[in-house]
Write a protein that binds this ligand. Structure first.
Ligand code: GLC
Length: 823
């Protein structure tokens, strides 16, 4: 029922109605409309239509929306109430409320009630303009700042996320554009890049909330740069679809964002192993030589990637017979050596009579068109090329069907590139923003300006659907360069064409961390750098820094110097081998983090800000990262440096450099100096943490670890660790094990609690515990010994409990200097 409000004000009535996604409150003004709903607990959605009257003939009817970001199975929203309170309309949803000032249109979103009520966001103005339709240059013809929203930016608030960005973790002081761009090469100042996620986690005094503006339209956000106390959003579209997500911790915001836009699927274990790629590997023999190069030097390897030269004349979904005479046979041969093949797929389809992909696309009306209605023709690697319109569901289905080609050859991983989409030139010349399609290109009834940013989502969704259909028993691995919010449901992101420079090595960490804070938990940069020639030292340090990347791929551009791990002499090869072995030893932990990411949206490689948002030094630290809450990685990111400063957040941290030796224990909340000669990666284990590691291997096999060591840094009250195991691929259930150590007085009880099953296999487990002091008695272990303050327990198969009796009065917190936990 419509409630008419008194007085002459900007908003004159409201109604509680039922929308496509459940109940909603619509507040009507003369020109503008605000629609509020409560899609999930702790999430409030405010759709702002500042020029609803100018934009719809049927005002007050609002058009339905199809979001590219939201998960398709989002439940219906919760009921809301709306009441008039003086000159305000108060709307109460599920955990959050919104107050709209009827005079000015300003609105606030609040959490809690009574004393504990807190303002999360304050929108002091929003406005829109009718679209301009001047037949001039594209940039003028389209009003790129058609709809605007200004939010307060309180002093000291940090703005994390916003997708793939350069710069520090806190984007305050930056002006950001959402327009997926193929920028070769990008620099440490380049904006925008390939991925647009208009989602930020705002951290203020250690408390977090999120703002997500679900608009694939070209947008900009000025993060308190032009106006120091305002965040100004501007969209080229007719509305702003704003979600406010409650905290209070950054992790809560991420979880709510994933509840809304979906969780990433579990990657196969092999995709976490070492990968070698290069634009320039042309033939099956080239790849054979790469695999041999790894095996000859005892370097672990799980996959090789093959770039555009595998195709016949750059025709997507073909393979050059000369280069790969028998693709399936090669996939099998590599598979027998523990190596998967990951081919590249580009969206541009070559225009060629008789080429079935092109003919099907043209016949099925699957292609992007020009404003005049002709099929749009451009140039990418194939020339001329046309572009499948992945923003339409029927085209996604068609493209998914094409994956049979690779699935039948036994391929399980795919690398989707150039999907901004990149287009080097146009046959029907037109001004474009970056190397892409013009704003007015047509995607069915929509313009490119509206759906450009979402193009890659449909392409990767098709890959996932394709492999699910043609290879239902495996977990596909899909990598993408471009994406919009929600891309995490379909693909993993790599950060595109970086360069082989120290600044890009350092940049990789805030970029990956920022992607993680944008709901993309699996992200990585090309190891060694794509453009330019790397050096041995840079490559070695890059491998060390990448020990905790969600995936680890060495990739380089055509024409650059070779950068396989052995190209810089034996000393560098040895350092890289050690880094790769470290990676493989860490796989039980990394795989557990990957599994956690699929349930909690916490990224594999985490910024300190995620767990210590109230600690300014931690929250702004982007030269280090966390793998879980208890393992801190501090790689050397500068040429020639053999020491670095490390910030340790609250707690006690034991140095476990290279995971080979427990070193000194430091109190947190301070910087310490780490000695890191070229062969050393500084790592720190937090007191209270149990870390599962295994032995290095030439390649992965299954994620049921036959040999497992828990590296434990015991806190005075005990420790806890987690391990997720399964077959490493496929969809069979897994087993989650919690290792819990509880200390009461002189007694320490260690329990292993397993949930689920991971098949039957014999696991040999050992525990290496730092921080206990002398042990008087042990029950339940096969054997034990203490050396230099580290207790080593060997456990019988299927053990469940071990009980230790410790010498009274010792908490052992500082024991273990120079002890060796793993030898
Ligand atoms: C793009 C990709 C790069 C690839 C190249 C050739 O630049 O980002 O990774 O090697 O195209 O396909």
């Amino acid at each position: 029922m419509r409630v008419t409000l008194g007085g002459i004000m900007r908003f004159s009535s409201f109604e509680v109605a039922s929308g496509d996604q459940g109940p909603e409150v619509r507040v009507w003004g003369d020109a503008d409309v605000l629609v509020v709903s409560a899609p999930l607990p702790g999430v409030l959605r405010a759709r702002l239509f500042p020029e609803a009257r100018a934009n719809t003939l049927g005002f007050p009817r609002l058009s339905a929306k199809r979001s590219f970001a939201l998960r398709p199975d989002l439940p219906m929203g919760a009921p809301l109430t709306a009441t008039e309170e003086g000159s305000e309309v108060l709307i109460v949803g599920d955990g959050l409320s919104l107050r709209l000032d009827r005079v000015t249109g300003a609105w606030r979103v609040l959490t809690g009630s009574g004393e504990s009520q807190r303002v999360l966001i304050q929108a002091h103005s929003w406005s829109g303009e009718a679209p301009t339709q001047r037949p001039a240059l594209d940039a003028e013809r389209f009003n790129l700042r058609r709809t605007r929203l200004n939010l307060d930016a309180p002093d000291g608030a940090m703005y994390l996320g916003f997708g793939e960005r350069v710069g520090p973790l806190d984007k305050r002081g930056m002006h950001l554009t959402f327009w997926n761009t193929d920028c070769f090469p990008h620099h440490t100042e380049t904006d925008p890049l390939y991925v647009s996620v208009p989602f930020t986690t705002v951290v203020q005094s250690g408390q977090a909330h999120g703002v997500f503006v679900d608009e694939p339209w070209r947008m900009e956000v000025d993060v308190a740069r032009a106006h120091p106390n305002e965040v100004r959003w501007a969209s080229s579209g007719p509305e702003l679809d704003v979600y406010v997500l409650a905290g209070p911790r950054p992790a809560d915001v991420l979880r709510r964002y994933a509840d809304l836009t979906g969780y990433a699927p579990m990657p196969p274990l092999w995709a976490l192993g070492a990968a070698q790629s290069r634009w320039g590997y042309r033939t099956a023999d080239d790849l054979r030589a790469v695999i041999q190069g790894y095996r000859d030097r005892n370097l672990p390897l799980d996959s090789v990637y093959v770039d555009i030269d595998h195709m016949d004349a750059y025709k997507v979904w073909t393979v050059s017979c000369a280069n790969f005479p028998d693709l399936s046979a090669f996939v099998k041969e590599a598979g027998a050596q523990g190596v998967k093949l990951v081919p590249i797929v580009d969206p541009g389809v070559k225009v060629e009579a008789g080429y079935d992909v092109y003919e099907e696309a043209a016949r099925g009306d699957h292609l992007v068109r020009t404003a005049r209605g002709d099929v749009l023709v451009g140039e990418v690697w194939p020339d001329p090329a046309v572009f499948p319109d992945f923003t339409r569901p029927e085209v996604v289905t068609w493209w998914a069907g094409r994956h049979k080609f690779f699935a039948d050859a036994g391929i399980q991983g795919q690398w989707n590139d150039m999907n901004e989409p990149a287009c080097f030139s146009l046959r029907q010349p037109r001004e474009t923003e970056g190397k892409t399609l013009p704003y007015d290109a047509r995607h069915g009834t929509r313009t490119h300006l509206e759906v450009h940013n979402a193009y890659a989502n449909g392409m990767s969704e098709a890959s996932r659907l394709g492999y699910a259909k043609f290879s239902p028993n495996i977990r596909p691995w899909v990598l993408t360069r471009a994406g919009y919010a929600g891309i995490q449901r379909h693909a993993t992101v790599w950060t595109g064409d970086n360069t082989a420079t120290w600044s890009h090595l350092a940049l990789s960490l805030p970029m990956i961390q920022g992607l993680g804070l944008s709901g993309i938990p699996f992200a990585a940069a090309d190891v060694g750098g794509f453009a330019g020639d790397t050096t041995g030292e840079l490559l070695a340090r890059w491998y060390q820094a990448a020990v905790g990347y969600a995936f680890l791929r060495n990739h380089a551009a055509l024409g650059t110097a070779d950068q396989e791990p052995w190209r810089f002499g034996e000393a560098v090869t040895d350092v890289i081998r050690a880094a790769l072995e470290l990676r493989y030893r860490l796989l039980p932990h990394l795989y557990t983090l990957a599994h956690a990411a699929t349930r909690t949206a916490l990224p594999v490689l985490r910024p300190l800000a995620l767990h210590w948002p109230a600690d300014e030094d931690a929250a702004r630290e982007d030269t280090q990262y966390l793998l879980g809450e208890g393992l801190l990685v501090a790689p050397v990111l500068r040429a020639g440096h053999r020491r670095r400063l490390v910030y340790l957040p609250a707690g006690r941290w034991a140095a476990v450099f290279n995971l080979s030796q427990f070193g000194p224990v430091h109190a947190g909340g301070q910087h310490v100096v780490a000695d890191a000669p070229l062969d050393t990666l500084p790592l720190y284990l937090r007191a209270g943490t149990a870390l599962p590691v295994t032995e290095a291997a030439p390649h992965t096999t299954s994620a049921c670890w036959a040999r497992l060591t828990w590296l434990i840094h015991a806190a005075p009250d005990g420790f806890v660790g987690q391990l997720y195991e399964d077959t490493g691929d496929g969809h069979a259930g897994g087993r989650l094990t919690r290792l819990v150590g509880e200390r009461q007085g002189e007694r320490l009880t260690i329990r292993r609690e397993a949930d689920g099953s991971a098949g039957t296999f014999e696991q040999r487990e050992t525990l290496h515990v730092l921080g206990l002091g002398p042990v008087r008695e042990v029950q339940g272990a096969a054997s034990f010994a203490t050396e230099s303050g580290v207790l080593r327990l060997t456990l019988p198969a299927h053990w469940q409990t071990v009980t230790l009796t410790l010498e009274p009065g010792e908490d052992g917190a500082d024991a273990g200097v120079d002890a060796n936990p793993t030898a």
